[in-house]
Design a protein around this ligand. Structure first.
Ligand code: ADP
Ligand code: MG
Length: 215
């Protein structure tokens, strides 16, 4: 690929950064630093024109919508909460795959009042229970949702489940499937127009990388 315009890609460190590396490599992009050891928030790459900004997963859509980054890589869970139609979502990258589910105690007593649901996924939880016609009370948490039923804060949680081991370690079981989650490429609307050739080349390179069995 030839990078003939500046391009900034927003992504979060950890799982998404690590699983994005093979996709970026397929587009010829090699980060100059590892965000797990570097304190830099903007990573240089082997291309002068290509920068990576390393931010909180939930901030990626904001950076991309407002054009602070041309492209971003964000979990569908984050995009569902972010909502709106402020950015394009042209490609499922098939990385960081898991499921959004309800979870709770296997032998939970059916209570008559409104169920209390602890989650950081307020919108997704509201939508899910509204579709089922269930009146629930949603309690916003920012992490460690598994704790909520244990300490009696909630009846159920809505969280991401991969192996189910975290739930199991806390005596909980996955109950109902809400959505399949994976990370998506998101693109700023102005960049889509102004840097169309470059954006299309990146999309093609990522799509090609995804279709290869080893990635
Ligand atoms: P944070 O804890 O800051 O939200 P994570 O790396 O745990 O960062 O999550 C970043 C994204 O990775 C999430 O938005 C989601 O899309 C995905 N993700 C989170 N947990 C899992 C999981 N257990 N398996 C697969 N993907 C996950
Ligand atoms: Mg996490």
């Amino acid at each position: 690929m030839k990078f003939d315009a500046p391009i900034t890609i927003a992504l979060s460190k950890g799982r998404i950064f690590n699983q994005s590396l093979p996709l970026l490599a397929h587009a010829g992009i090699e980060p100059a630093d590892d965000p797990d050891t570097s304190r830099k928030l903007i990573l240089d790459t082997n291309h002068e024109q290509v920068k990576l900004v390393i931010i909180r997963a939930t901030d990626v859509p904001t950076y991309v919508e407002y054009g602070a980054a041309d492209l971003g890589i964000a979990g569908k869970d984050v995009l569902l909460e972010y909502g709106g139609d402020g950015l394009y979502e042209p490609l499922d990258l098939k990385i960081a795959q898991c499921r959004m589910m309800t979870a709770g105690y296997p032998d939970r007593k059916q209570n008559n009042g409104r169920l209390r649901i602890a989650t950081k996924y307020i919108k997704s939880a509201q939508r899910f229970f509204a579709t089922k016609g269930e009146q629930v009370e949603i309690i916003k948490l920012y992490g460690s949702m598994e704790l909520a039923p244990i300490v009696g804060l909630s009846d159920l949680i809505v969280d991401l489940v991969e192996s189910g081991n975290t739930l199991k370690a806390n005596g909980l079981v996955p109950l109902e499937h809400i959505a399949d989650i994976s990370s998506r490429l998101v693109v700023n609307k102005a960049s889509w127009k102004m840097k169309h050739g470059l954006v299309m080349q990146l999309i093609d390179a990522f799509r090609d990388a995804i279709s290869q069995p080893t990635t």
